[in-house]
Design a protein around this ligand. Structure first.
Ligand code: T1G
Length: 700
């Protein structure tokens, strides 16, 4: 067996493919921790194992299984930056399908990407009930490169294949069985049952997936489907290419279709979008590894208290219940906790009615939640998260109470979005046990959580926040205290620049359309209407006395609020809402035009490119200031916040990754061009000036 030339990571075996049995049914085991990725050594080992088995007259059938926690989770993404080395995965997979003896895949964990393609080329597939299948390549800016777009439709049909390949979503084993992707679900010993099936297939002509016909889609339906994929892709190029390749399977023999697929895969693999998405994939994992905390032991957390069962508190409670914590929800009165209980039950009921949850699981989750009035009931909690009214005195008073109730060693977390957590911590005698866990609404859905440390927060408390976030299946970013931490601070700049564009000639619907074309799920004004304009308005009024009189302040949002237009919830905000549909509103156009007059600005047509460039420059500049002030330690911290908390398109890699691609001098020129007219706060970040001058990048 050749050893892999890719540096093996710790724990990786140098002999990643073994033949554990040969007669009458052979068992090939792949063992390449952590996820059995098809590294060069795995591909070489698998190919020689299949060839050896084909030559062995004692062997009449074969099972391919994996050691460890999962079936093959895909090609080894770490190899993508290197020149491709033989044997190439399509050749290995074609050898599996061409095997003269029946080949059965025994799938547990996740069969993803190349792993799913291996399973597709086998002559049958047995899966554990908990197994999942998927072709997530588009999430890396790629298309399947080893037959996935050609074999999947031959098993599940065009419609389902286009859906799975263009979205990259995974399907559980039961759905895979229904689709025809799996032949059997195991009920006990997966490998034994796969060997039994292989035994049954001895002497039967193998059913080669590549030889199955697939019915073409009606031309009109096909083009409608591709158009739908393009719309959902929001600027990402891989999904459409993947859908078009699937459609080819109806017209081309397998090998021709695979040749087209391989050509597209290699083209995309060297694309900027794929480089950005691979960066995003690894950054999401790297961000959990905080320098200096590697050896710090987190505290053990199982009993969690959530104080405040409003929108955020109920979402936070659900997030903890979903992760298997024992959750106690505390409110100030029976009626308040009854309202919270109703919110939480409603969240679960909606998941049951959408089919995402069974009622049995819902009942189990609801049973892990208890409700109490008053903080004394929290005495047994290991961690308490507050999500009460966003007011400093309210939070300080609560933390003073909690300090007197909680046992030593308990962790106190605040979900505040803006307040100074150091001042909240100072209300207790244990500031080292206090941190921010800033969730994003809906807290049980959004992946991002900002872990905010004060100067007093103990390292093990930060490590505890990271461990809790990992168990919640969240993406944690550690940061220090500043106004708005990372995401909201950048969002404030984003919104300000968007409002300047209104004063200079754009309309809300034009800015939103430009930023949705940029790849954001929603533009800034639509997002404000969704969140509610009144929340930010209350904060602006609170901060008004301290606002810099020289700041370029746009008051259109204040005037909307004064008119009672708080967004979707009042039927009107930046837009008018009719039957949930947002429509531009002449009333808002009038307010914007008046603002231009007051600013004595002659309105002009502003291009999509200018809108996108100015907003991106504003984001990058503020992100760089956050780095300069060491609110976070690494550029990837900012990129991960913006992608997972604010919808910055992952195919751009996040603002700082993209700024490197565009060129920091270009970004700096854009910032310098705006600074004079945008006034205080819009000066170029020192780190941006320094890097632009030296040619340094955010990601060297
Ligand atoms: N290659 C290399 N390393 C990988 C990897 C991969 N495909 N998948 C995961 N890892 C590493 C990951 O970086 C982490 O490393 C560790 O494994 C645990 O991962 C030819 C071209 C499988 C669902 O896109 O979705 O096949 O940080 O923390 O939460 O057509 O990993 O510990 O050093 O995510 O339990 C297609 C990507 C590739 C699947 C497990 N496959 N992986 O999640 O653990 S392209 C994918 C995942 C391809 C073919 C094409 C998840 C997971 P470290 P983890 P997890």
């Amino acid at each position: 067996m050749t050893s892999s030339q890719t540096p093996t990571r710790s724990g990786e075996s140098s002999e990643p493919v073994r033949i554990l049995a040969t007669s009458p049914v052979a068992l090939i085991e792949i063992d390449n921790p952590p996820v059995n990725a098809t590294s060069q050594a795995v591909r070489a080992g698998l190919l020689s194992a299949i060839q050896e088995i084909d030559r062995n007259p004692q062997t009449e059938a074969v099972v391919i299984a994996c050691a460890g926690r999962t079936f093959v989770a895909g090609a080894d993404i770490r190899e993508f930056g290197q020149p491709p080395r033989e044997p190439h995965l399509p050749d290995v997979i074609n050898a599996i399908e061409a095997c003269l003896k029946p080949v059965v895949a025994a799938v547990h964990g996740s069969a993803l990407g190349g792993g799913c393609e291996i399973a597709l080329a086998c002559h049958a597939r047995v899966a554990e009930p908990g197994a999942t299948f998927g072709l997530p390549e588009v999430r890396l800016g790629l298309v399947p490169g080893a037959g996935g777009t050609q074999r999947l439709p031959r098993l599940v049909g065009m419609e389902a294949a286009i859906d799975l390949v263009s979205t990259g979503r995974t399907v559980k084993a039961a759905e895979a069985l229904r689709l025809g992707l799996v032949d059997r679900l195991s009920s006990g010993d997966l490998r034994a049952e796969a060997m039994d099936l292989a035994q049954e297939m001895i002497g039967v002509q193998p059913a080669r997936t590549g030889e199955r016909p697939v019915a073409a889609m009606d031309a009109h339906a096909a083009s409608a489907k591709v158009a739908e994929v393009r719309k959902k892709a929001r600027g990402a190029e891989a999904p459409c290419k993947a859908a078009e390749l699937v459609l080819l399977a109806a017209d081309l023999p397998l090998l021709e279709g695979m040749a087209r697929e391989r050509e597209t895969f290699l083209e995309l693999r060297s694309s900027e979008q794929s480089a950005a998405l691979r960066h995003a994939f690894f950054a999401e994992r790297e961000v959990t590894r905080v320098p200096g905390l590697e050896k710090v032991e987190p505290r053990s957390i199982q009993k969690v208290g959530v104080v405040g069962a409003g929108t955020m508190g109920s979402g936070i409670a659900v997030a903890f219940a979903d992760a298997g914590f024992d959750v106690k929800v505390v409110e100030t009165s029976e009626s308040a906790f009854a309202a919270g209980q109703a919110r939480i039950t409603d969240i679960y009921d909606k998941q049951v009615s959408s089919g995402r949850l069974t009622s049995a699981v819902r009942d189990e989750r609801l049973s892990s939640l208890s409700y109490e009035v008053g903080t004394p009931s929290l005495a047994d909690r290991d961690l308490v998260v507050e999500a009460v009214f966003e007011d400093m005195e309210v939070k300080r008073s609560l933390f003073r109470d909690l300090d007197g109730v909680l046992a030593p060693g308990a962790v106190l977390a605040t979900n505040t979005s803006y307040l100074d957590i150091g001042l909240i911590a100072d209300a207790t005698a244990r500031p080292a046990d206090v941190l921010g866990l800033h969730f994003f609404s809906p807290a049980n859905v959004m992946k991002l959580v900002e872990i905010v440390k004060t100067d007093a927060t103990a390292p093990e408390v930060i490590a505890t926040g990271l461990a809790v976030a990992k168990r919640l299946r969240k993406v944690p970013v550690v940061c220090r205290v500043c106004d708005g931490f990372v995401g909201n601070r950048i969002l404030a700049r984003y919104r300000q620049q968007a409002e300047y564009l209104l004063e200079e000639g754009a309309l809300p619907q034009e800015v939103d359309a430009a930023m949705e074309a940029f790849g954001f799920p929603m533009g800034p004004f639509a997002v404000s209407d969704l969140a509610g304009l009144d929340i930010a308005w209350a904060r602006r009024k609170r901060l008004a006395p301290t606002r810099d009189p020289h700041e370029r302040y746009v008051d259109v949002a204040d005037r909307l609020c004064e008119a009672g237009r708080f967004g979707r919830k009042t039927g009107a905000g930046w837009y008018r809402y009719t039957a949930g549909k947002r429509e531009p509103d002449p009333f808002v156009t009038g307010l914007v035009e008046e603002a231009s007059q007051r600013r004595k600005v002659l309105r002009r047509t502003i291009s999509v490119d200018e809108i996108q460039a100015r907003i991106r420059a504003a984001i990058v500049n503020e992100a760089c200031k956050i780095l300069d002030e060491r609110i976070v330690e690494r550029p990837l911290d900012v990129d991960v916040v913006m992608m997972h908390g604010y919808g910055y398109p992952a195919w751009r890699g996040g603002p700082l990754f993209e700024a490197d691609r565009i060129g920091l001098k270009v970004i700096l020129d854009q910032v310098n061009e705006r600074a004079p007219q945008d006034g205080p706060g819009w000066e170029p970040a020192a780190g941006l000036v320094r890097r632009a001058a030296s040619g340094a990048r955010f990601y060297p």
